[in-house]
Design a protein around this ligand. Sequence first.
Ligand code: NAP
Length: 402
Amino acid sequence: MSKSRPYDVVLYGASGFVGRQTVAYFAAHGGGLRWALAGRNRDKLEAARQAAGPGAAHAGIVVADAADARALAALAGDTRVVLSTAGPFALFGSALVAACVAQRTHYVDITGETPWVRGLIDRHHAQAAADGTRIIPCCGFDSVPSDLGAAMLVQHFAAQGEPCTGVKAAFSLRGGFNGGTLASALNMLDSGQADALADPWLLNPADTRPPAGPTDADPVAPHRDADFKAWVGPFFMGPVNTRVVRRSAALLDYGPGFHYQEYLRFGSGTAAALMAAGVSAGMGASQAALQLAPVRALARRLAPAPGEGPSEDSMNRGGFRCELVGFGARGTVARARVAASGDPGNRATTVMVCEAALALALDARALPGGKSGGGVLTPASGLGVVLADRLRQAGMTLALVV
Ligand SMILES: NC(=O)c1ccc[n+]([C@@H]2O[C@H](COP(=O)([O-])OP(=O)(O)OC[C@H]3O[C@@H](n4cnc5c(N)ncnc54)[C@H](OP(=O)(O)O)[C@@H]3O)[C@@H](O)[C@H]2O)c1
C-alpha cells in the first residue's frame, strides 16, 4: 500500500456521536499522522473539527455520502486506513467496505450488526485475504474485550503446552445508551434478521461450523456460577461477542471443540439472585416485544435520536469489567481481566477503535499474519497482541489474574 496516499487515517462518520469522540481522540493522539474527518455533510464535519480544538486544525475534510460509490472510491484511494463510526452499518457501511476492498485500504469499525458482518465475509473475505487488506469490524466494546480477553487466555495455555478447551466471561458495566445504537438494533429487527442473530456460528467459516451443543446456545436464564462465585445471566452483547470470538477461534485455530460463552454478572447473595432473575426476565420480555413493529415504533419515539447519547458527566462515570475463566485440557484453570473506566459504548469504544486504526497505520508489520495478512477479520485475528499492548498503553486493563 503506497505511502503516497494523502492520508494515513480517515475517520468516516466523524460528525456522529461516537465519531466526534474519535476526532477528539485523534486530535490528542494522532500527532504525526495525516488524518481527515469524513462524512456526508461538510458543515457538520467542519464544526466537529473546530470543536476538537488545535490538535485537529490540520486535519482534512472529505465529503462522501454512504450511497455515493464514486466519492467513496476516491476516499478509500486517498488513505491507508478507514475508521468508520457511521451506523447503522447495514445502511451506511456496505459501499464503503466495498470501496476499501477495491482500493486495498485497511478498515475498522464499531459495528455490532453481525448479519451485516456475515455479508461482508461472504462478499469480501476471499479478495481481502488475497490482497492483504484487513477489514476488521467489531472493534468497539463489542467485541474487543471478549475477543482479546479470550485470545489472551488461549495464548497463555499454549505457552504452558496445554490446549485451552474453553473460555467463559462475565461482564459488569455502567454506561448510557446512544441513539445510533438503538437505530442499529431496530434496523436489524426491521429487516427480519432475528434468525441470523440467533445463530451461534453466524460468523464462522463454513467448514468450521460444528454441530451446536448445549454450551453454545445463548443463555436465557440466570444461574449461580461456581467459577465466577456469583449469579450470572444473559448479557445483551453476548449474541454479538460470542460470534466474534468463535470466528477468531476458527481463524486462529484455538483447537477442536473450543467453547466460548459469556454472561452479565450480578454479585452473590439473595439480592443478586433476585436481580439476576428480574433482569434476565426483563431482557427476555423486551427482546420478544421488540419483534413487534409497533413496539419498535414506540421505542424510536421514546429513545434518544441518532446523533444523541449520554451526557459528558454520565460517560465519565461509566466503566466496565470483564472477568474471564479459561479451562485447560489437563484441568488447569486460568483467569484474566479486561477493564476500563468511562462509558463502555463511548469512552472505551473510542479508545479501542482509534487504537485499532493506529495499529493498522503504524504497526502493520507486527500484526498477526505479518504485512500480507488480510481478510474479513476479528480484533484478535487482525490486530491481536499489537492492539492489546496499545490498549494497555492507553490505560485499559488486559491482564492475567494470578
Ligand atoms: N461497538 C460499540 O460498542 C458501539 C458503541 C456505540 C455505537 N456503536 C455503533 O456505532 C454506530 C454509530 O453510533 P452513534 O451513536 O455515533 O450514531 P450517530 O450519532 O447517529 O452517528 C451516525 C453517523 O452516521 C452518519 N450518516 C448517516 N447517514 C449517512 C449517509 N447517508 N452518508 C454518510 N454518513 C451518514 C451520520 O452523519 P451526520 O452527522 O451527517 O448525520 C453520523 O456521522 C451505530 O451503528 C452504533 O450501533 C457501537
